[in-house]
Design a protein around this ligand. Structure first.
Ligand code: SF4
Length: 713
């Protein structure tokens, strides 16, 4: 999706200047880190100043969808504002007025959190302990009833800006006068709490995730408080950050509870940091809430997120997700597609109703009508996969998986080679083999494979996809023979984690389901999807429900296996996910025993069990990927000759309308020997049979149907 990063760097985009400029600013490195993280997640990113020109810029970059009227993207808000008491609120208020969704707190939350006095009142109302305080509005105003030493600070500043520690009345009056005159605002005077300081990071809205606590280690310093210079890393003795903080679980629980109460009382959204003091007797006092917790890599919030297992990129994605969830009820779309079609010309072409696509070989312009008539899927590939295949050393082979070919206009075939329509029992649910039900949960993928046998639906707004899981659950409940549900499509991980949870709400209560399978290419095409911590919870939910959690990867070539894919698989294996792989034998891509043996060997070494090598199907617009069956048998022989006994775990099969047919051998009599591995007809199961081979045959139906002994079909 399109994401505009908004920040304040220059202060010239205003009509006039009033009072104190905002002292807070995100450094260019921090902003760039966020931009890089968003781009790595596949988003299209631009950045803008949060000033008077902002809305005009956003109108250009994020125009609303003309059909739906919905916003054309989101803002990732890093703007502290330029000037004024409520400067954090300025950009969110502009965005609210213009109808642009954004990350982080709303104007209300920022206004409440930025006014430290209002924050304290709200905390007290919510029963949150906070140091006793008074407000000094004019120099010389008397302060009574507070115990020295005291902290004096501006009412509306953050990052410890203008903070003083005073020991007596004279120092207090000086400090208060300085704050009032220099910052042109009230001075907040509060009791200094000697003791430990702990920061609590909160992420999300409902539920809120608590990040591991961070303690600031002031040892060796006389003044036990974070100063502005500390926060901007300008002091040689900057307090060390210890994460997780060494506090008892009982204390941690208390700190989390009062942080959440503060977060709610101040109406904050998406993420924040709450700073708390613990006095020597163990009593906690909330100092303040930071509604724009720093995303700088040296800050406590990022450290806590990293300790919790987030990478910087996944933290930024998570913030996007929780904000998107707040607006639209779903996670932010992931795996934004990088279309290699040249942007300038395709934009012009789109207006004229044609799409230019970079083809193999050369460039070709398809009209929309041609694309529709030939069921040519959109040319889309994730940036991650494109980069992986470029650096794999196998680019010429692997590009054919995702780049359109002129042959797509000519390849004959069917759009339903496996008889899926015949086995569709209710919308989106196929029940072909007794123990397994297949659900079409989406028509979208991270990239569109040119050989896909579901060309009829992927990349389109298909009517075949499940829209209502109620009837699906009823069907499954009424068929106790079904043990295994396969979520397919499309790629199920294109769906937001919340949507996947909703699907599970229907599936997990069904007692006879023993496994939930996800068929996906995300492992190779967009492994960043699995950095979503919410997915870990989803997988745990499946195993806690007593079901086996299975991911069926679709790796066709060893060059698709990136280092990140390997790390992802290893990590998920340790959390109890089981992995299997299915591959398709593809002409000019992997029809080479060395490549396939390397692919299966690599998968086995990672703990992924190869279980099917599919004969490519005679799909309309994709049958040029088929390898003749004779050649297929030779390749499989040669692959097995290169693998150890432990690695020979796959079957070479055709997924035919009549069932899953395992291809066994080419006989000396030039007959192809086969066996039904799966069939609705139990009489066929396991039965070996043969058909005469016709040279060049690529599919079961290409084999002459001669009636001979052993010809079972
Ligand atoms: S990811 Fe799967 S469903 Fe999507 S286009 Fe590729 S083969 Fe088809």
């Amino acid at each position: 999706m399109k994401v505009a990063v908004v920040r304040n760097r220059n202060n010239d985009g205003i009509l006039s200047r009033f009072g104190q400029l905002c002292p807070e600013v995100y450094g260019p490195r921090s902003v760039q880190n966020v931009i890089d993280a968003l781009r790595e997640a596949g988003h299209t990113v631009a950045f803008f100043e949060g000033d008077k020109r902002l809305l005009a810029n956003l109108e250009q970059f994020l125009p609303p969808d003309l059909k739906t009227g919905l916003p054309g993207g989101m803002v990732f808000n890093m703007a502290y504002g330029i000037q004024g008491d409520a400067r954090y609120t300025h950009v969110p208020a502009m965005l609210e007025m213009a109808g642009v969704p954004y990350t982080g707190s709303t104007p209300l939350g920022h206004a409440l959190a930025l006014d430290k006095v209002v924050t304290k009142v709200l905390m007290q109302d919510a029963g949150v302990p906070t140091p006793r305080y008074q407000v000094v509005s004019s120099p010389g105003q008397r302060v009574d009833g507070l115990r020295f030493p005291l902290i004096v600070k501006p009412r509306h500043e953050s990052t410890s800006y203008g903070l003083h520690l005073v020991q007596d009345r004279q120092e207090l009056e000086q400090a208060a006068a300085e704050v009032i005159t220099q910052y042109q605002q009230d001075a907040l005077v509060e009791e200094y709490i000697e003791g430990r300081e702990v920061a609590v990071g909160l992420l999300g809205n409902d539920p809120v995730e608590f990040l591991p606590l961070v303690e600031l280690d002031f040892s060796g310093r006389q003044f036990h408080a974070m100063t502005w210079a500390d926060k901007y890393h300008k002091t040689p003795d900057e307090p060390k950050k210890i994460c997780p903080a060494p506090v008892s679980e009982e204390m941690a629980d208390v700190l989390r509870k009062i942080s959440l109460a503060t977060f709610r009382a101040c109406r904050c959204k998406d993420y924040c940091r709450v700073d708390i003091r613990i006095d020597p007797s163990g009593r906690p006092f909330v100092l303040e809430i930071n509604s724009m917790a720093s995303l700088g890599t040296g800050g406590a919030f990022v450290l806590a997120a990293q300790t919790a297992g987030y990478t910087f990129q996944s933290l930024i994605s998570r913030i996007m997700d929780v904000a998107h969830q707040r607006y639209f009820g779903t996670s932010a779309p992931l795996g934004e597609i990088a279309s290699p079609a040249r942007a300038g010309s395709s934009e012009a072409a789109n207006r004229e109703g044609v799409t230019e696509a970079e083809c193999v070989p050369g460039t070709r312009v398809f009209s929309e009508q041609q694309m529709a008539e030939h069921h040519i899927p959109p040319y889309k590939v994730t940036r991650f996969y494109e980069e992986q295949i470029r650096r794999s050393g196998y680019y010429d082979q692997l590009r054919q998986i995702v780049e359109p070919s002129l042959e797509e206009l000519e390849s004959p075939g069917s759009l339903d080679t496996s008889g899926e329509s015949d086995h569709t029992r209710i919308k989106g649910l196929q029940h072909k083999y007794s123990r397994t039900a297949l659900l079409l949960v989406t028509d979208q993928c991270f990239s569109y494979c040119r050989f896909c046998f579901r060309k009829r639906l992927v990349g389109k707004a298909s009517h075949e996809v499940v829209r209502d899981y109620g009837p699906v659950a009823e069907y499954l409940k009424g068929h106790p023979e079904i043990h295994d549900v396969l979520l397919s499509g499309g790629d199920p991980f294109v769906l937001g984690t919340e949507q996947l949870h909703k699907i599970l709400d229907h599936l997990l209560p069904i007692p006879h389901l023993t496994s939930i399978r996800f068929g996906t290419k995300a492992i190779t095409h967009y492994p960043a999807r699995f950095r979503d911590k919410g997915l870990g919870d989803l997988f745990r939910r499946i195993t806690m429900a007593g079901k086996t959690m299975v991911i069926v990867t679709h790796v066709d070539h060893v060059g698709e296996v990136s280092e990140e894919a390997e790390r992802t698989i290893k990590r998920l294996l340790t959390s109890g996910v089981q992995f299997f792989n299915q591959a398709v034998l593809l002409r000019d891509v992997n029809d080479d025993p060395d490549i396939l043996a390397d692919t299966f060997g690599r998968l086995c070494s990672l703990g992924v069990r190869p279980y099917y090598l599919f004969q490519a199907r005679p799909v309309r617009g994709a049958s040029h990927f088929q390898v003749p069956l004779r050649r297929g048998v030779e390749i499989v022989h040669d692959v097995n000759a290169r693998l150890s006994g432990l690695q020979k775990t796959f079957r070479y099969v055709m997924s035919h309308v009549s069932g899953k047919i395992e291809i066994l051998e080419m006989g000396r009599d030039d007959r192809l020997w086969m066996r039904y591995h799966q069939s609705r007809d139990p009489r066929k199961l396991g039965r070996v049979f043969s058909r005469p081979y016709r040279e060049g045959a690529c599919w079961f139906d290409d084999l002459p149907r001669l009636s001979k002994v052993g010809d079972a079909v």
